[in-house]
Structure formats: C-alpha cells, structure tokens
Design a protein around this ligand. Structure first.
Ligand SMILES: [Fe+2]
Ligand SMILES: [Fe+2]
Length: 297
C-alpha cells in the first residue's frame, strides 16, 4: 500500500484550533490603508487605468470579498460532502476516517474565520451586499450534486486548497508581516492547515473512491467543476455590479468577462494553483487520475 499523510496530519493538527481562537478573539483591521493596486483585478490594463482612485478601491475590496466568500462556499461544500460519506466511515481504515473527521472540522473553523473577517470589517459592507451567501439556487444545485456523489468533492477541493496556498504567497509579497492586517493574518493561518489538506485530499480520494462508486464520483466531479465555472461567472458579475453600480448592464457583462478571465488566467495565484494540482496528480497518481485530469486545466 502506498504511503499516506494520515498519521503525520493527525499528529500535526492536534492543536489547530489555537491559532483560530487567537484570530477570532483578536482585533480586526482591514481598510483603505491596505489597498494594493497589484492585487486589484485588471491591474495594468486600459480598463484599470480608466478608473478613478475611488473605483479602484471598490474593485479591490469587492474582489477580496469574492475570494473570501468563494472559500466559505466551497469549504462548506466539503463539510457537506463528508457528512454524506459518514456511512462509509466504517469501511475505511480508522486513520482515514479520523482524518476525514478532522478535515471537516478544520474547514468548519475556516469558514467561520472568513465570515467573521467579512462581517467585522465595514469596508466590505458584507451585511448588505453578499456575493454567494444569499445565492440559494447556486447552493441548492451544488448540494444536489454533492448529495448524489459526495466523494466528488476531494480532487476539485485539492485545486482550491492549492489556490489558498498560492494566494497567500502572492499577497505576502505586498504584506510581508503576517500580522500587518487581518487579511494576511487570516490567509496565513489558513494556509498552515491547507498545506496538509492538499495532499490529504488525494489520500482521501483514494481511500474512499471504490466504496463511494467510481462512475458516480466521476460524473459528480464533472458536475462540480461545471458549477464552479458558473459560480465564477456569478461572482465576477456581482463584483462588477457592486463596484460600479452606475454601469449599464452591457458594460457590466463586458467587465465581468474580463474580470473572470483575469481571475483564472492572469493572476499568478491561479496559474500556480493549477501547476501545483497537476504536480500532485503526477506524484500521487490518484485512482482514475487520467480521466479526472481536467480538474487542473
Ligand atoms: Fe480551508
Ligand atoms: Fe482545506
């Protein structure tokens, strides 16, 4: 049997909660002073150059809200998927099932941390303008897929975890001190846990794949990845809509497409996340890895 990360993970993450409690009970600070042009969508393009300083600030904070909310959404899905896999817990090794429980528990903490951050910093206006938190239809369709094929969450999840690692590396260049503001603090403690989750997801996939049903999981993964694309479109539209409410519908659509392309093609964080996922595929050789390789395209 091949080497898994289970025992290292369970041992290392015993006290993962301490850093989250410290974050949740500490002061929250993130405001206009932390604006970074290079981390703003479309930076360096003609579109960006046409914006006023105030519009650039708005775009910056709306995009950060999108990143935060997307993480909350997908981490909740992971937790939801694990709930439906609980019946298979008995069929996998005790270490695998303990890791699965620990993993879901950590994701629960993460989504609470991101919610707390968005809620506590008034610059996001999160109580009035949410990206995904009130998109019932989107949530219901993801829930439907995950309920039918819960094991489909692992490998697409791994790409997301890779993104959290590369995103942290990207923003760290502009906020070199991990306690400089709440956003870098949050992303720092998050990536500590996620650095374990990335390889872990591949081990969980392999442990549960046969029991959960390969074909079902394969089709579930396609559905899941498609929904992620829809979520990207919805998210990008809302960012543009909230940042520039005065734009016409056509102009919002045009900017939305440019922004979506920027988010998944131009940002170094996303390019790096794809490369990291691909190299994990090559290293871990997950079951059905070849046909599931569309995940990192
Ligand atoms: Fe997480
Ligand atoms: Fe994670």
């Amino acid at each position: 049997m091949r080497q898994t990360i289970y025992s290292t993970y369970l041992h290392h993450q015993e006290n993962f909660r301490d850093k989250w409690h410290e974050f949740m009970s500490g002061p929250m600070h993130f405001d206009s002073a932390h604006f970074v042009p290079e981390l703003t969508p479309l930076f360096g393009t003609d579109e960006y150059n046409s914006l006023t300083p105030e519009q650039r600030h708005k775009l910056f904070f709306e995009y950060l809200k999108l990143v935060g909310e997307a993480l909350v959404l997908f981490e909740q899905i992971l937790v939801y998927g694990v709930r439906f896999l609980e019946q298979d817990f008995k069929k996998i090794s005790p270490e695998a099932s303990a890791s699965l429980k620990q993993f879901a528990f950590e994701e629960l903490y993460h989504s609470q941390g991101f919610r707390h951050f968005l809620h506590s910093n008034s610059v996001f206006n999160w109580d009035h303008q949410k990206i995904y938190a009130d998109s019932r239809r989107l949530k219901n369709s993801i829930a439907w897929i995950v309920k039918k094929a819960p094991a489909c969450v692992f490998l697409p999840g791994a790409k997301l975890e890779a993104f959290t690692l590369s995103y942290y590396r990207m923003i760290k260049k502009y906020y070199p001190d991990n306690r400089q503001n709440s956003w870098i603090h949050l992303n720092h403690i998050h990536q500590v846990d996620e650095s374990f989750h990335l390889p872990l997801e591949f081990d969980l996939h392999d442990s549960i794949f046969d029991k959960a049903g390969p074909l079902k999981t394969f089709f579930g993964t396609i559905g899941f990845v498609l929904i992620m694309q829809i979520a990207l479109i919805i998210g990008s539209y809302k960012v543009i809509h909230y940042a520039f409410p005065e734009y016409s519908f056509i102009k919002k659509i045009r900017w939305m497409m440019k922004m979506a392309r920027w988010a998944v093609r131009t940002t170094p964080a996303y390019q790096e996340a794809r490369a990291m996922t691909k190299s994990q595929f090559e290293k871990k050789k997950p079951k059905w890895g070849k046909v599931l390789s569309f995940i990192y395209w």
